[in-house]
Design a protein around this ligand. Structure first.
Ligand code: ADP
Ligand code: MG
Ligand code: ZN
Length: 600
């Protein structure tokens, strides 16, 4: 009998399983049901595809989106796997042909949506197929506790009674313990194994920059990402269009994506992003779910996201192929005020609001961290981690300075103005500026007026951000972002504690991470000949992709092309050593790529 390892090598062309994959695969092969919680990009698809190829009887894969199914099916076919799909994106005739293949026993994997599966007719047809396994991808949709409950997924809980002989395999990237238990209950009454693979994505670099100018910062960042494909997330629809234009004017291939665009435009932009090299998608978070492109090289946040959970999911779209990818985030006090406002305005009960404010606090803690950002993130998700060496704070650790003096000036200004004002006015008072509002409220008569006049405005802004991040002062949203003193600030004001913060010069230095990160990639990067070879291989890949009308990575992933450049194979045996080249792909494309490499 063939082994999982030989399927991995012969069909998919990969040398080794990634962390977690073997465990899931051997449980499924051994007949157990499994819920696997693995981060985006960990390689969940392979965990059910390999067992499916080892089973006699077919595997049914339940997937929420047509686009997801399409790419999976195209990729599998490219590797010579017999696979079918039933979905609304193809004609009735096509669906009939697909079903005939299944009925004739010509299919190892059948993809479909939950609502199509759970009809009486389909279920009785399924009975005669007697599937070996049901796979539920994006399994968090099953649970009401999860972040994206879908009623049509809830119905899947009937499968375990209808098909007692089939194992269930459920996969998700996001599920806390409560959600995990709920999914395992619904899908296999807890009679199976839950396998949680760590959250760490060491190939993603992490960086945070305080806001100076979104436009300038974006353009500076993009200079380090020349020719790479990535996502720029904006908060507002208007900004996606504005910054896509800014990038186009600067000569980049940038497209906008948001829920307000006509569906044809959205579809077209998404297709181009998937299919062409080096496209930048400037998008709201409406863009992302179901984007299974493995070679996204960066995710850039122009505004702070909703929470660390959302942030981790959004940056998780980068670097699925395991190659280095860059993530960076800009944040400013205005964003924080706006996020607080969103929470207070959403009309939910106060418990819920409190929880959301806490989540935002955690996010601010991340933005203002002076230690390793990855360690902080992983900690938040319940994992221990050592400093990573791949975040801005690890690469250039911020120097801490004693900022007790300017902090006292600010806190005094807040205190004496009744904790009723926001950043701008507090700073004006501390710096002793004669603004209209200062005059209007006679705040120039206060003792705190001008107490911090030797400190610059950006410095004081940074200080307030850090103090908010540290939780020693807070923003009162019911009072339009008025700054209030918490116990920590009161202690400092009373002379009982010191305030340490990141040196502003160093705060500025975090801006360099783009360049540092580029260095990290450049170190593994290529000489001129290799670059030239890579670009020829890419254009060959493009030709083949156009022929079959599929995204380029369906032919070969970036990681595979890079491996070709590294190994420079000159015959079939050597080509089969390249990661991602299996027997079938070799038959299809092997000689064409060998020729292209030989041309040097
Ligand atoms: P997930 O669903 O967990 O987000 P995918 O299944 O889409 O991740 O896999 C992400 C990428 O990793 C794909 O390009 C896939 O081909 C690649 N991959 C998966 N397993 C391996 C492996 N063992 N070796 C090399 N590449 C792998
Ligand atoms: Mg997946
Ligand atoms: Zn780090």
């Amino acid at each position: 009998m063939t082994s999982p390892e030989s399927v991995l090598k012969d069909t998919f062309g990969f040398d080794a399983f990634r962390p977690g994959q073997s465990e899931v695969i051997s449980a499924l092969v051994g007949g157990e049901s499994v819920l696997a919680v693995m981060p985006t990009g960990a390689g969940k698809s392979l965990c059910y595809q390999v067992p499916a190829l080892l089973f006699e009887r077919p595997t049914i894969v339940i997937s929420p989106l047509v686009a997801l199914m399409d790419n999976q099916v195209a990729g599998l076919r490219m590797n010579g796997v017999k696979v079918s799909a039933l979905h609304s994106g193809q004609s009735r005739e096509d669906n009939i042909v697909e079903w005939q293949n299944v009925a004739q026993g010509d299919t190892k994997l059948l993809y479909m949506s939950p609502e199509r599966l759970m009809t009486g007719r389909m279920l009785s047809a399924m009975k005669s197929l007697d599937p070996a396994m049901f796979v539920v991808d994006e399994a968090h949709c099953v649970s009401k506790w999860g972040p994206a409950f879908r009623p049509e997924y809830a119905d899947l809980q009937r499968l375990k009674e209808l098909f007692p002989n089939a194992r269930m395999a459920a996969f998700t990237a996001t599920a806390d313990e409560l959600t995990q238990k709920d999914i395992a209950d619904k899908l296999f009454s807890g009679n199976g194994r839950t396998i949680v693979q760590g959250f760490d994505r060491p190939n993603l670099s992490l960086a945070v920059s305080p806001l100076r100018s979104r436009r300038d910062q974006l353009l500076e960042f993009m200079k380090t990402m020349e020719g790479q494909s990535g996502i720029v997330y904006c908060l507002s629809r208007k900004n996606t269009e504005k910054f896509a234009q800014v990038l186009r004017t600067a000569g980049y291939k940038a497209l906008a994506y948001h829920a307000g665009l006509p569906s044809e435009t959205r579809f077209e932009n998404q297709e181009r992003f998937m299919a062409e090299d080096g496209v930048i998608m400037v998008a709201t978070i409406a863009f992302g779910m179901g984007i299974d492109k493995p070679d996204i090289r960066f995710v850039y946040h122009m505004n702070i996201p909703g929470s660390l959970e959302a942030f981790y999911q959004e940056i998780g779209r980068a670097g699925r192929d395991g190659n280095p990818a860059v993530t960076a985030l800009i944040y400013g006090l205005d964003d924080i005020r706006m996020r607080r406002q969103f929470i207070s305005d959403d009309g939910s009960d106060s418990d819920h609001q409190l929880r959301e404010h806490k989540r935002l606090d955690a996010l601010l803690g991340y933005c203002e961290a002076s230690g390793c950002r990855r360690a902080l993130l992983l900690n938040y998700f319940g994992e221990d981690a050592a400093p990573c060496g791949n975040c801005d704070n690890c690469i250039s650790p911020p120097e801490m300075i004693d900022a007790t003096l300017p902090a006292k000036a600010l806190f005094a200004a807040m205190s004496e103005t009744g904790q009723r004002f926001g950043t701008t006015h507090v700073i004006a008072v501390a710096r002793g500026e004669d603004t209209d509002r200062v005059v209007q409220f006679s705040h120039d008569k206060l003792a705190a007026f001008g107490a911090g006049k030797e400190f610059g405005k950006p410095y004081l802004q940074a200080l307030i951000r850090q103090a908010v991040g540290a939780g020693i002062i807070s923003m009162d949203i019911s009072r339009y972002g008025a700054l209030a003193l918490e116990q920590g600030a009161l202690d400092i004001l009373a002379g009982q504690a010191k305030f340490e913060c990141k040196d502003l010069v160093v705060v500025g230095r975090t801006e360099k991470t783009g360049r540092n990160a580029r260095k990290a990639i450049a170190e593994t990067a290529l000489n001129a000949d290799e670059k030239d070879l890579l670009s020829r291989l890419k254009s060959l890949r493009m030709t083949f992709a156009r022929e079959i009308g599929k995204p380029a990575f369906v032919v070969f992933s970036d990681a595979t092309l890079m491996d070709m450049v590294a190994k420079v194979p000159s015959n079939k045996a050597e080509m089969l050593e390249v990661s991602g080249v299996g027997e079938t792909k070799y038959d299809r494309y092997g000689t064409a790529f060998l020729d292209a490499i030989d041309e040097v």
